[in-house]
Design a protein around this ligand. Sequence first.
Ligand code: SF4
Length: 201
Amino acid sequence: MNNILYKVHDNLYVNLTNRCPCACRFCLRQTMDRVGESDSLWLKEEPDLAAVEKEFESRNMDEYREVVFCGFGEPTERFDVLVQVADFVKARWGKPIRLNTNGLGDLINGRDIVPELRGRVDTVSISLNTPDKEAYLALVRPKFGEKSFDAMLSFAERCVGVVPHVVLSTVDTTLTKEQEERCAAICRRIGATYRIRPFES
Ligand code: SF4
């Protein structure tokens, strides 16, 4: 069964990797094998560009509103393939593209990847999780350590003006109202949209 592409609501999600530099305490991968209309998002091997293109070609793309890089891993772990897939989807179907990310793509790739999002990604949705650096470290447990929170915020800030829609998200019921207000203030400061997404168990 194909686990590279899967449908969630009316969007088509792309699962390029199971790698991630984080070990979030709330990660769905700890308790689930699948999301949406997928059987399992655990990949036997990471698909190359040709394999991803083949899966897209087998779909009726009229059924999908948006293409979303997400999956059971951090999409920017495969940034070079992600960029090529985005170019393919844009050229072939012109669909809106969203990147769901932990915002650590610069650290993962050892370079500033933001300029490469221009014209390819229409929405970047970044997991803010909490307004506090210390709480972030404890919750997300990134392998890059203390610099991760600031790197994530810097990534978000630089996306503004490059990617049309920049969203920072936290999860409903996990923060106090005061913490959510501080998250909203961070978003106002950098010009991003704040989104409180539903809790998924
Ligand atoms: S960043 Fe995403 S994939 Fe990685 S551990 Fe956290 S929730 Fe899981």
